[in-house]
Design a protein around this ligand. Structure first.
Ligand SMILES: [Zn+2]
Length: 367
């Protein structure tokens, strides 16, 4: 499932105009001093390690690496916006008392991305992030959200002008999207305004997942630049965003939301074939082989249990598609198919079953 989620995520991001980065898991401590994490985020960081007399730090965030990547050469305004995404594994020193299953762990993978853009591009970029967020969350079954806009706190960096521009851009994007939101006056980070999205699961619980933050601080700290139309050097606007937040945590939320009853495209085992007796085992194996070659995740029940028990076991395991294979099915080269949502589908050929599953997977629905 992790692989499926990651593959889906990569494709969605490439389609949305992102490039994918891979960055290291440790860096020289100097990087974390420049970024400010060493001063302001230290209690969440693991101890430094000494490597050949230099201090190195396990990364608590991916951001500084994306900044360094940006600084590999001088950028022109024509290259912006740049959208870089990474499934970046980060390490945070959470106290043992707050660790909680998949929900809170010490090493987790963020579906992180950073957008570097011109001030006049912010609203459109934010709208792009909102659209991508909606697309991704709804494909995973989440269609109800609570949205929060957090504005400038008392203590902050950045000019009045830039705060106003960025906050207006966030409001404009939310209005264009037509989403209702709650404004948290003064609730933004010291480095910029943000949008947080809580998703509502099947039984109404809210989970904070997606976040979009404008950042005036890191571009300043790292002296990031681009060459503007008039030839002057200007600071780009940096946007941090994550949609799942943490893949581990999002997976935990998915399990809760579906109660383990996953839609066909995500189910770890999509099809289980149930031979009625030993005589049908070879046929069942051959069908399984064909389905595997078509890319489906399929198993044959080789327990030797009576059919009724095989069916109950498959139901308990929440397998979306179960196909019974008896004497008649072998003779007619068919499968007797039942699904969790639709019940008995009767006698289908392999290609009929495949067509039905393909449609269901495309729509990300349950079968
Ligand atoms: Zn970031």
């Amino acid at each position: 499932m992790r692989l499926l989620i990651e593959d889906y995520w990569r494709k969605a991001h490439l389609d949305a105009g992102y490039e994918l980065l891979y960055t290291p898991h440790i860096a020289n401590l100097d990087l974390w001093k420049t970024s400010g994490h060493f001063d302001f985020y230290r209690e969440n960081m693991f101890d430094q390690m000494e490597i050949e007399t230099q201090q190195y730090q396990l990364k608590p965030m991916n951001c500084p690496f994306h900044v360094l990547t940006y600084q590999s050469h001088l950028h022109s305004y024509r290259e912006l916006p740049i959208r870089w995404a990474e499934l970046g594994t980060v390490y945070r020193y959470e106290r043992s008392g707050v660790l909680h299953g998949l929900m809170r762990v010490r090493g987790f993978t963020q579906d992180d991305a950073h957008i570097f853009c011109l001030p006049e591009q912010v609203a459109n970029e934010i709208l792009g992030v909102l659209n991508l967020t909606e697309q991704i969350l709804s494909d995973f079954g989440f269609t109800q959200y609570e949205v929060y806009l957090s504005t400038r706190p008392g203590k902050s960096v950045g000019t009045d002008n830039i705060w106003e521009l960025a906050t207006d851009a966030l409001v404009q994007a939310l209005d264009t999207k037509g989403w209702n939101y709650v404004t948290d006056e003064g609730g933004g980070a010291f480095y910029g305004p943000k949008i947080d999205i809580k998703i509502k699961d099947a039984i109404g619980r809210l989970w904070q997942c997606s976040t979009i933050q404008v950042d005036f601080n890191l571009p300043e700290r790292f002296q990031m630049e681009y060459v503007a139309v008039d030839g002057t050097r200007q600071r780009p606007i940096m946007i941090h965003r994550a949609i799942f937040g943490s893949l581990e945590r999002f997976f935990g939320i998915l399990v809760e939301n579906y109660a383990g009853d996953f839609p066909l495209w995500l189910a770890p085992v999509q099809v289980r074939l149930l031979p009625v007796s030993d005589d049908q085992r070879n046929y069942a194996d051959a069908i399984a082989q064909q389905l595997k070659q078509l890319g489906y995740r399929v198993e044959v029940d080789h327990s030797g249990d009576r059919l009724g028990k095989q069916i109950r076991t498959a139901e308990r395991s929440k397998i979306p598609v179960v196909a019974v294979i008896g004497k008649r099915e072998v003779e007619k080269q068919t499968l007797s198919v039942r699904t969790r949502q639709l019940g008995e589908l009767g006698s289908l050929t392999l290609s009929e079953l495949q067509e039905k599953m393909q449609q269901t997977m495309m729509s990300k629905q349950q079968i």
